[in-house]
Design a protein around this ligand. Sequence first.
Ligand code: GLN
Length: 494
Amino acid sequence: MSANSWTIAAARDALRKGEISAVDLTMSCLTAIDAGDALNAFVHKTPEIALEQARAADARLKGGEAPAMCGIPLGIKDLFCTKGVPSQAASNILKGFKPEYESTVTSKLFEAGAVMLGKLNMDEFAMGSSNETSCYGNAVNPWQRKGSNVQLTPGGSSGGSASAVAADLCLAATGTDTGGSIRQPAAFTGIVGIKPTYGRVSRWGIVAFASSLDQAGPMTKSVRDAAIMLQAMAGHDPKDSTSADIPVPDFEAALTGDIRGKVIGIPKEYRMDGMPSEIEALWTRGIEMIRDAGAEVRDISLPHTRCALPAYYVIAPAEASSNLARYDGVRYGHRAKLSQGDGITEMYEKTRADGFGPEVQRRIMVGTYVLSAGFYDAYYNRARKVRALIKRDFETVFADGVDAILTPATPSAAFGLGEMADADPVQMYLNDVFTVTVNLAGLPGISVPVGLDAQGLPLGLQLIGRPWDEAELLNYAHVLESRAGFVAKAEKWW
Ligand code: GLN
């Protein structure tokens, strides 16, 4: 097995034992990346930075004081500002933008010795579920249906991250999740993705989509890797006023595999009409695995679930319309060509009209509408109230002794690229039906690959935890992962 396909845990141990150097490990990823151009996962490659960081990591490893992430080659979602390296949020409006600063998450990873291989494709401003709104063109899922060469979406918005990790172009990647953008692509590509509790990971230096929902997290090949990488990403940051000043536990040490006596809730509202029978069957198998491991499985109700998607698609665009007001052609990136006589208003209008893609424009319009004086109470305030009820549903079940909740991660397996092109945008939004509740309530959620569908595509289950309880959540996920024994890999066609 070539080194680019290793887990973080395996690479860490091999690096520490001197069985491989960080430079060789990085080279094996750089080779895989160059051979993987058809996946369109990496949109800016940074081999010089990677090799320089790898050499520094090797020096540190020799000194014997290397943290777990030292020498680990990663891909970084294009939403993270990386100093001196294009950071475009997959948007034309940020074309040519090279930040003067480093996001807190990437700084922390680099301080821990991690290596950056390049920037990863995503939906424009993280708005989407298929990576098809990217200004770079879509990333492609390494998985294909049995006997078919139809190209599938890796999911979105962290589609490049998911594709790169699943295809072994890197050991792991950063993702961000506003309504499901870590968990849905993880499920579509057979990898692990965790969205931490809101406030666990600093948002500083991450291009904002919906600030009360956005949260960064790791996308990895195993639950253990998610624990290791989250450890390096998490922690209080005075530069983000919503980052929590609470200690970060040892996540990897929490992976005991013992969940006896724990209570796992199964919410009846997640059994949706028209849900494919394979998803239903997967969920049933997951429930059995958890029960076999000695946990108590309990039927629960989260009554406001059906209101989550509409509330999300009011709140997220509202916040986005405000956050995206800063792209005005003056301070960052692209500025439209102006005609004689154009004033500042024309400059804003033209810049925003050709800088933002159609989905981003739709969100800005929806957001502006729901915040407008005449409709604020009818939409935005109402959605905020619904959000509070959704949060209360979770608080109630946790107060009743439920330790975590098991649901499907997505309502389907990966779909074909272009398949939704003519569909109503709401069809695409339905992808988030199982994931947005977690963002609205600020909870941690993790997607774990559990099986393959009849067409040979990966399917995932989601575990939702108590706030700040990522350690326990990772342990449940670890149990599910080991019982499911998912080891399948995409057959190489690229
Ligand atoms: N698909 C959802 C959206 O388009 C979620 C995106 C995300 O989590 N960044 O808003």
